[in-house]
Design a protein around this ligand. Structure first.
Ligand code: CP
Length: 325
């Protein structure tokens, strides 16, 4: 079934339908080719202004959005709280209203507070893309993870995807759980009991505290970093013990399927959640995930920009709006 895209915001996968997720993935697949050209630029977002509003550190997401915007010919502005009037006490909403007054079209936002992009979306006109909000969601990361699964496995339906690590604080795990279960994958979350959310099984996933029990049956394993910056108190005795119990190394993978995929959203803590030889080894698609991030973000920017054009009754330039041009 094809679905018409109508959203001006991408806040999370929780409220999105299977058809909407599939539309983003199909659109992203068609955008991949642009990054293989010698001139990696199309006029699709010509005349649009996108602000990258990052209030938390980021390497991959920020760079990937900026590259996606430039490949689509958007005008971009990078904005962070440091060096802005937020340091003088201006609120997030006042800052956002001032950005809105500059007549921007889309805001890509990362914030340490869960729900911050949802609040902005209620109060300002530009489209909002959630680039990670606290421990809530990181929708474009989950979408690029799903695109990587589709590319390598040809499907998502019926796959067994295992997440190992700090599930409690992981917006990546949360968005993946919403997305993967909607698309028919089987999801297991694995880690120390203290880092598994209470009643996580109600989200339709299996819970496990013994990583060796799930390795043989996994089609993909996503390792998640222990987010010490979000932990006010220790959740397990030591990182050394965590690595011994949950760290993925070559020995542990002896029982894995030959076509297992090892995934990681980054940043990696090498030697903690996974060993060097696994991070760089034949199962790893970690850098393919990063590459796929560009196409996914191009697709999201393109779809949201189209919805904004419709909402404003703008004339759409048929050449600029063709993703292949
Ligand atoms: N995966 C991810 O969100 O990485 P960054 O924090 O570097 O953006």
């Amino acid at each position: 079934m094809t679905v018409a895209w109508t959203r001006k915001d991408l806040l999370g996968l929780r409220d999105m339908s299977r058809e909407e997720i599939e539309l983003i993935l199909d659109t992203a697949a068609s955008f991949k080719e642009i990054s293989t050209r010698s001139i990696k630029k199309v006029p699709t977002l010509r005349g649009r202004t996108v602000v990258n509003f990052f209030f938390e550190p980021s390497t991959r997401t920020r760079a990937s959005f900026e590259i996606a915007e430039k490949r689509l010919s958007a005008d971009t502005l990078n904005f962070s709280s440091s060096g802005s009037s937020m340091e003088k006490g201006e609120t997030l909403l006042d800052t956002a209203k001032n950005i809105e007054a500059l007549k921007v079209d889309l805001i890509v936002m990362r914030h340490s507070a869960s729900g911050a992009p949802h609040r902005l979306a209620q109060h300002i006109r530009p489209g909002i893309i959630n680039a990670g909000d606290g421990t809530n969601e990181h929708p474009t990361q989950a979408l690029l993870d799903m695109l990587t699964l589709m590319e390598n496995k040809g499907r998502i339906e019926g796959l067994h995807v295992v997440f190992v690590g700090d599930i409690l604080h992981s917006r990546v795990a949360r968005s993946n759980i919403w997305g993967l279960t909607k698309l028919g994958a089987r999801v297991t979350v694995c880690g120390p009991k203290t880092l598994l959310p209470v009643e996580v099984e109600k989200l339709g996933v299996r819970m496990c505290t013994d990583v060796d029990e799930v390795i043989a049956d996994a089609d993909a394993i996503t390792l998640l970093r222990i987010q010490l910056e979000r932990q006010q108190e220790p959740f397990f005795p030591s990182l050394r013990e965590y690595t011994k119990t949950f760290g993925i190394n070559r020995d542990r993978l002896k029982r894995a399927k030959p076509d297992l995929l090892i995934m990681h959203p980054g940043p990696i803590n090498r030697g903690v959640e996974l060993s060097d030889d696994v991070a760089n080894g034949p199962f790893s698609v970690i850098l393919d995930q990063v590459t796929n991030g560009i196409a996914v973000r191009m697709a999201v920017l393109y779809l949201l920009s189209g919805a904004i054009a419709k909402e404003r009754n703008e004339d759409v330039d048929p050449i600029a709006s063709d993703p292949g041009r």
